[in-house]
Design a protein around this ligand. Structure first.
Ligand code: ADP
Ligand code: MG
Length: 394
């Protein structure tokens, strides 16, 4: 179904509200460790400004408690980076939902950043009253946040429902075009790599994916859950034991499709300085922490990746932030880069890993979405896209 696009709409003199995805990874001091998502959000803002709109931008960042401002989840550092990239002032506005002096002062050609939208009560529940108040702020609502398109929240869904005009920004439109084209008829074998730490949010996606792909490579906490399901030991590693039966069902239903790691790099503590130790899965001790896949597992996966026709990748296979445990993720990333397959990668930390290894240019398409990317892959309708389709016809 068709959606309206920002590029098709006359924004001169209009108030334009852009829901971007500026949810970037940060270190303990809130320094931005990878600004890909901020950079990817710049074209929509620039375009609206250049065409004479008064622009307000918001995003979520992390998981703040609704109704509370906390410095750790403030968009302040993101605003500073955005200002550098735009070469313009980007004032940060707190308590913005009901407008006020900042809105009255906002002129065409100017941009403000509206503080973390998840600090507003009702954001996550997609509260209609909140969305209606936000819709009053603007003439045109632009969703450019592919990364949260799988969630119906007040700024991704409710606002699209109530704003006078609702459309997709260039990033959202480009993501839908690129992923749709690549996945409509993928060159086989189709290999999916699903790893990382968000076990419960990703495990449910695995079943649907297992049915679609020729090989499903698991890593990180997800792989640990599969090792448990296959009867292996994981010590005190990250996993969700209550989901092991679900993982077991996938292994049984798709025999041979989901290779389970056979070795791992373990440590006794979760830290950058922890001493790495290589172990076969059957030798994992109760106090071991699996922090990366081991070389035998890597070698097997490299063969699969080299033969693939299409590769989709979400999630680092180890704690790549610590150099001693980055080897598996680096090897997988390099294998994808070297493979003749068309490759698509998505996910905040996945992009950070690709950037760390300097492989951005060797991946076929870099998606800014993690969960949204996986759900798109799974064939689900993304609620934030669905409402734009509905609005295009109303
Ligand atoms: P993405 O943001 O790409 O979707 P996730 O947020 O799900 O990925 O997961 C990324 C995180 O998973 C990284 O911070 C990485 O350190 C962590 N991780 C990977 N493997 C393990 C592991 N074995 N144990 C603990 N954390 C892990
Ligand atoms: Mg992440």
């Amino acid at each position: 179904m068709a959606i309206r696009r920002l590029s098709d709409i006359d924004v001169r003199g209009k108030r334009v509200f852009i829901r971007a995805d500026l949810n970037v990874p940060q270190d303990d001091q809130c320094n931005i460790s990878d600004d890909s998502r901020i950079r990817a959000s710049v074209p929509a803002i620039r375009d609206a400004l250049a065409r004479g709109a008064a622009v307000m931008v918001t995003s979520h960042l992390g998981r703040p408690a609704e109704g509370q401002w906390t410095p750790a989840e403030s968009l302040a550092p993101i605003g500073r980076r955005l200002a550098d990239l735009l070469g313009a002032d980007v004032p940060l506005i707190r308590d913005w939902v009901d407008g006020g002096p900042w809105l009255a002062a906002l002129r065409p050609g100017q941009v403000v950043l509206l503080e973390n939208c998840r600090m507003n009560k009702g954001e996550k529940k997609n509260d209609d009253a909140l969305a209606q108040r936000m819709a009053e702020l603007c003439d045109i609502y632009v969703n450019d946040a592919f990364g949260t398109a799988h969630r119906a929240e007040a700024t991704t869904h409710g606002l699209a429902k109530f704003a006078a005009v609702a459309c997709a920004g260039p990033l959202l439109a480009a993501e839908l075009d690129a992923l749709g084209k690549a996945l409509a008829d993928p060159k086989r074998p189709l290999v999916a790599i699903v790893a990382g730490s968000k076990v419960s949010t990703k495990l449910t996606i695995l079943r649907a994916l297992a049915a679609k792909v020729d090989c499903l490579i698991v890593g990180g906490g997800i792989a640990n859950t599969f090792v448990l399901a296959a009867g292996g030991k994981i010590g005190k590693s990250l996993a969700e034991a209550d989901l092991a039966s679900e993982a077991k069902a996938i292994l049984d239903e798709f025999p041979g499709k989901v290779p389970v790691p056979v070795d791992a790099v373990v440590a006794h503590e979760f830290s950058a300085g922890a001493k790495p130790e290589l172990k076969a899965i059957e030798n994992i001790a109760p106090d071991d922490l699996i922090l990366d896949i081991g070389p035998t597992t890597v070698a097997a996966l490299k063969t699969v990746i080299a033969r693939a026709g299409t590769i989709v990748w979400n999630g680092p296979v180890g704690v790549f932030e610590f150099d001693a445990f980055a080897g598996g993720t680096k090897a997988i990333a390099e294998a994808i880069a070297a493979s003749p397959a068309f490759s698509i990668a998505g996910g905040g930390d996945t992009l950070a890993a690709i950037a760390k290894f300097g492989l951005e240019k060797k991946i076929g398409y870099i998606s800014t979405g993690g969960g949204a990317f996986l759900e798109f892959l799974e064939g689900k309708t993304l609620p934030a896209v669905e409402i734009l389709e509905t609005r295009a016809n109303s």
